[in-house]
Design a protein. Structure first.
Length: 392
């Protein structure tokens, strides 16, 4: 189903900021639509009026809907979903739980995000784990043909960023899933930038662990994230820390983990945020993930073509398949200066720099990139205005 003009008008009415600014920073944090905002504020109002514990009891079904909504979105079981405060912590909770021993090896890719690679480095120091970095093919995506040569008798895990922070590349997640299955590897997928802007089906991808955030393309509140852990590997994982939400103290010297992936949760969390993120998933599912993906790809393609027409601008996105994140440099202006100038004109973009993706950007000789990320509520008129400002 396409997003019609009338539907787009409603989506933009649900996003009042569209009247005041052009938001092209959806890969950083998108704009909450009114129904999501109201879900958060209504719950906070309830907490204020009757108390936090009491509000949770009243809204028990709405809080539980979070798990049902994400199960539908990702095509998994409800008990395989956990609510976590952000994507990095969700990834940490699962990755640090893996039974890695000295000498074990982890495969990653040059597009790896800083937070994950820092965890690899820490585990290399703590546990003697080795890191093997897969190269890119000519398109910039992970080189599937190079993967078998990286596998040793001690290779345990392959970790992949589905969509890197520093560009529009979409890594071939399903093909990597088939590789992981063939070689018996645990497959961890960072879907922070993909869930919400494209259809992501865990069954098709074949990953064992998937993490993501609420604030980006799902258009949920900040301070929210989600984690999927396959029931097939759950019992082999040891969460890095637990509390009375993650486990039950059954005897003086014994405890039992919570059922399913909730053993990775905290007892105290952002309840209003969970309500809001559940509402954000509802909102996305009502539009349809196929329709969202098609419109984002269309707008991103239009933006890339328009930027290429500007003298001195180079579009830097890699990959056979590309998404709604568009990165570029201009010969006339540093990315941070451009972002500041655009913000003064009520246009939001962000900057990707080496501190977030050293392996990739240093290898490509890039210090930093201007990053414009479209969403379905953006318009071609906004893109034209943006490109005119870039050109100026």
């Amino acid at each position: 189903m396409n997003i019609t003009d009338s539907k787009l008008a409603q989506l933009r009415r649900d996003t009042p900021a569209c009247e005041r600014l052009i938001h092209l920073n959806n890969a950083g944090a998108s704009l909450m639509p009114d129904p999501v905002f109201r879900a958060v504020t209504d719950y906070l109002e309830l907490e204020r009026n009757i108390g936090g514990y009491e509000a949770a009891a009243v809204e028990k079904n709405a809080l539980e809907a979070f798990y049902d909504n994400f199960a539908e979105l990702l095509g998994v079981r409800t008990d395989e979903i956990a609510f976590v405060e952000n994507a990095t912590r969700a990834w940490d909770m699962a990755f640090y739980a893996l039974p890695l021993e000295p000498g074990d090896r982890v495969i990653t890719h040059v597009t790896e995000y800083a937070s994950s690679y820092l965890a690899f480095l820490q585990l290399a120091q703590r546990r003697g784990v080795y890191i093997d970095v897969a190269p890119s093919d000519d398109s910039g995506q992970i080189d599937l043909d190079a993967l078998p040569a990286l596998v040793t008798s001690r290779t345990r895990v392959i970790n992949l960023v589905h969509v890197p922070t520093q560009g529009g590349l979409v890594n071939p997640a399903e093909e990597v899933g088939r590789f992981a299955n063939e070689y018996g590897l645990i497959y961890v997928l960072d879907a922070c930038q993909s869930v919400g802007q494209m259809a992501v089906n865990v069954t098709s991808i074949g990953c064992h662990i998937l993490s993501g955030t609420g604030r980006k393309f799902l258009r949920g509140p900040r301070g929210t994230g989600f984690l999927y852990v396959s029931s097939g590997i759950l019992d082999s994982l040891d969460p890095p820390f637990i509390d009375m939400r993650a486990a039950t103290w059954t005897e003086d010297n014994a405890y039992e983990f919570a059922q399913g992936s909730r053993r990775f949760e905290n007892w105290e969390s952002f309840f209003a945020g969970r309500i809001g993120l559940a509402a954000a998933v509802d909102y996305a599912l009502a539009i349809g993930m196929t329709a969202i993906e098609e419109r984002i790809i269309q707008l991103a393609g239009y933006l890339r073509r328009a930027l290429k027409e500007i003298d001195g601008v180079s579009v830097c996105d890699l990959g056979k398949r590309q998404c709604g994140i568009v990165t570029f440099v201009t010969a006339l202006e540093e990315p941070y200066e451009l972002a500041r100038r655009l913000r003064a004109a009520r246009v939001n973009i962000s900057v990707a720099d080496q501190s977030s993706a050293r392996l990739d950007l240093v290898q490509r000789g890039i210090k930093n990139l201007a990053r414009a990320s479209v969403h379905y509520f953006n318009t071609k008129a906004e893109i034209d205005r943006f490109c005119a400002l870039v050109s100026r």
